[in-house]
Design a protein around this ligand. Structure first.
Ligand SMILES: Nc1ncnc2c1ncn2[C@@H]1O[C@H](COP(=O)(O)OP(=O)(O)O)[C@@H](O)[C@H]1O
Ligand SMILES: Cc1ncc(COP(=O)(O)O)c(N)n1
Length: 271
């Protein structure tokens, strides 16, 4: 029997099911990868906002990582909400100890609804300890601005930010274009050698809760299955585009994306 690829997400729980651990597991399942979790925080959240955050002790995160890594094994890992400096440093240490590579680092800082998901004090650990371990880091525009301390006003600035993040030690960088206002949603991929544009139509929908989580989980799933980095990133972009094009009008705010939309194949972008 073929061995099932195994992917691990280190992230926060979203009770609303659209982002965080829940989005990651749905993505892993859709992409035929066995999903495992290390939960960093439990949020009370829906499509309108984040109402509570209970961060777990770093020791509890360490034990989850030890448990899955020493028994089941991990073919690829992604990080999402890491909450604070202690968990960020612990995750970097455990990634090295258990060799949890390839590693997709989604630098989750603030929710779509504006809630802080990573303490400002974690910046040093994030930049010095976690980014150098990243196979790929996937900031959105505000996150790339925060990490590089530069406003990304145009494409040239985005390219320079990608180079700066690569210089911090990330093997490759995807700067996501979801927050721009162009007709297309264009992400910029940089592997230290060349820039590649990942394009999709921009869908006119408020239901984009968890898009970044889903994209980074899909990259991890494809890497777990052995895809090359460039293929994993481009397949993941197709997966998130399908999910947004068929997003769910659930709740009264920013609804979740549709993780099984990729099954619709040729009808991908139809209504
Ligand atoms: N309205 C949209 N239409 C199509 N793709 C989108 C849309 N909004 C975001 N995306 C895509 O979803 C992914 C996540 O992007 P982004 O929203 O920038 O990240 P985050 O969720 O971390 O803020 C990217 O691939 C981006 O291009
Ligand atoms: C637990 C958790 N992790 C990540 C996000 C970011 O997702 P989004 O940017 O769509 O709010 C979130 N809202 N909650």
């Amino acid at each position: 029997m073929t061995q099932l690829a195994r992917a691990l997400t280190i992230a926060g729980s979203d009770s609303g099911g659209g982002a965080g651990i829940q989005a990651d597991l749905k993505t892993f399942q859709e992409l035929r990868v066995f999903g495992m979790t290390a939960i960093t925080a439990v949020t009370a959240q829906n499509t309108l906002g984040v109402f509570d955050v209970q961060t777990l002790p770093a020791e509890a995160v360490a034990k989850q990582l030890d448990a899955v890594a020493t028994d089941i094994g991990v073919d690829a890992t992604k990080t999402g909400m890491l909450a604070n400096a202690e968990i960020t440093a612990l995750v970097a240490r455990k990634v090295k100890e258990h060799q949890l590579f390839p590693l997709v680092v989604d630098p989750v800082m603030v929710s779509t609804s504006g809630h802080l998901l990573l303490d400002q004090a974690a910046r040093k650990q994030f930049i010095e300890e976690l980014i150098p371990l990243a196979t790929v880091i996937t900031p959105n525009i505000p996150e790339a601005e925060a990490l590089t301390e530069t406003p990304l006003t145009d494409l040239n600035a985005r390219k320079q930010a990608a180079q700066a993040l690569h210089a911090l030690g990330a093997q490759s960088v995807v700067i996501k274009g979801g927050h721009l206002e162009d007709d297309e949603a264009v992400d910029l991929f940089y592997d230290g050698k060349e820039f590649v544009f990942l394009r999709s139509p921009r869908f006119d929908t408020p239901h984009t809760h968890g898009t970044g989580c889903t994209l980074s989980a899909a990259i991890a799933a494809y890497l777990a299955r052995g895809f090359t980095l460039a293929n994993a990133v481009s397949q993941a972009k197709q997966f998130i585009s399908a999910a947004i094009s068929h997003a769910f009008p659930l709740g009264n705010g920013h609804g979740p994306t549709n993780h099984w939309a990729h099954r619709l194949g040729g009808e991908l972008y139809a209504d």
